[in-house]
Design a protein around this ligand. Structure first.
Ligand code: NAD
Ligand code: IPM
Ligand code: MN
Length: 354
């Protein structure tokens, strides 16, 4: 029997509720597919901060290192500045475990309607590969003269050839593996960001040369936003820098019905460290505590976690069960036009698992 140690960080707001459903579904799939999960919960996040003055303990990274994977809800609290919560938990984990690929599917599933008119199921079917450790999120910069009129913040974007080439290579390999349109789109802004994004473009050209079977396109991020709305069916694999990938995947979420369906994996493809799976959405303070958050993004992220752990059969079963609940369109949360609660959707996925 395969055995996996999973670190669970529910975090804040709806993160707590959606992870509950993810664990519910994982536990049932584990029984069906002869997998032994050991879930270890870490009560880190904003409540931990209010008590201890930090989002997670000083030795958190060492604590997480031996785990096979990390399953995260979301962090973010209205009483704390976002740079404190996110630089105190999510971003250091991505960097410390060199989770340099962030994989985010945007798929229009059966039973879900897109706010874009005339889109049929699977007209939108893309995978956004987001660079996840450097770029605009490199932890380089500082403040000068805080509280003076000349208050200054310096934020440096870091684009390395190595960092760009490895994530772009992952995107090309994925386009081959998906075997759909065999197409990779690079999202850039080298017309204005004339250093870092030029390194990005050069890396894209270098890597593309090794994949003559894959068609390519390089597109500026502003135009990419427009094309996500005008012609999303044109995309297959999209590779983007950290910030551009962040923005485009919220857009990818809504054009495929709801951010509550957008799964995400922060992956170390070399498997040196635990990878981390989490929904793309945040802690959603506007609906937190109401029991109406859509848990499917978290559940689909759990399916991605199983794939990553080498349990693709169980991972596919979770995905199929979630999609069956959508296709049936009876048990849906309000973001998808339904009246179901978070836990009712989790229960429906369990039923669909059989
Ligand atoms: P958000 O994703 O939390 O919410 C945006 C909108 O989408 C809200 O209207 C929310 O109700 C809705 N929504 C999100 N997830 C949903 C779900 N599962 N079901 C139904 N509706 C859903 O983004 P935000 O409001 O910009 O950020 C809130 C907080 O979360 C901030 O503190 C932010 O920094 C943080 N955040 C954390 C993560 C993370 O930890 N991975 C990701 C994004 C944002
Ligand atoms: C995401 C989130 C994070 C990001 C924030 C909360 C730092 O928006 O995972 O998409 O920008 O990476
Ligand atoms: Mn985001």
């Amino acid at each position: 029997m395969a055995k996996f140690d999973i670190a669970v960080i529910r975090g804040d707001g709806i993160g707590v509720d959606v992870i509950e459903e993810g664990i519910k579904v994982l536990s049932v799939a584990a029984k069906q597919y002869n997998i032994n999960f050991k879930f270890t919960e870490f009560p880190w996040g904003s409540d931990y901060y209010f008590e201890h003055g930090r989002m997670m303990p000083q030795n958190a990274i060492d604590t997480l290192r031996p785990f096979d994977a990390i399953y995260l809800g979301a962090v973010g609290h209205h009483k704390l500045q976002d740079h404190v919560t996110l630089n105190g938990l999510l971003l250091p984990i991505r960097r410390a475990f060199d989770q340099y690929v962030c994989e985010r599917p945007s798929v229009l599933y059966e039973g879900v309607s897109s706010p874009l008119s005339g889109k049929k199921p699977y007209d939108i079917d893309m995978m956004v590969i987001r660079e996840n450790t450097e770029g605009e999120y490199a932890n380089v910069g500082g403040f000068q003269y805080l509280d003076f009129p000349q208050e200054t913040g310096i934020q440096t974007a870091v684009f390395t050839r190595h960092g760009c080439e490895r994530v772009i290579t992952y995107a090309f390999e994925l386009a081959r593996k998906r075997n759909k349109k065999k197409h990779v789109t690079s999202v850039t802004k080298s017309n204005a960001q004339g250093y870092g994004m030029v390194v990005w473009d050069r890396a894209f050209k270098n890597v593309a040369a090794s994949y003559p079977d894959i068609k390519t396109k390089s597109i500026l991020v502003d135009a990419a936003c427009m094309e996500f709305v005008r012609r999303p069916e044109a995309f297959d694999v999209v590779v983007a820098s950290n910030l551009f990938g962040d923005i485009l995947t919220d857009l990818g979420g809504i054009i495929t019905g709801s951010i509550g369906l957008a799964a995400s994996g922060n992956i170390d493809p070399e498997k040196r460290f635990p990878s981390m799976f989490e929904p793309t959405h945040g802690s959603a303070p506007d609906i937190a505590g109401q029991g109406i958050a859509n848990p499917l993004a978290a559940i689909l992220s759990a399916g991605m976690m199983l794939d990553h752990l080498g349990e693709a059969t169980a991972g596919d079963a979770i995905e199929k069960a979630a999609l069956a609940v959508l296709a049936e369109a009876k048990t849906l949360t309000p973001d998808l036009g339904g009246k179901a609660t978070t836990s009712q959707v989790g229960d429906a996925v369990v039923v669909a698992l059989g």
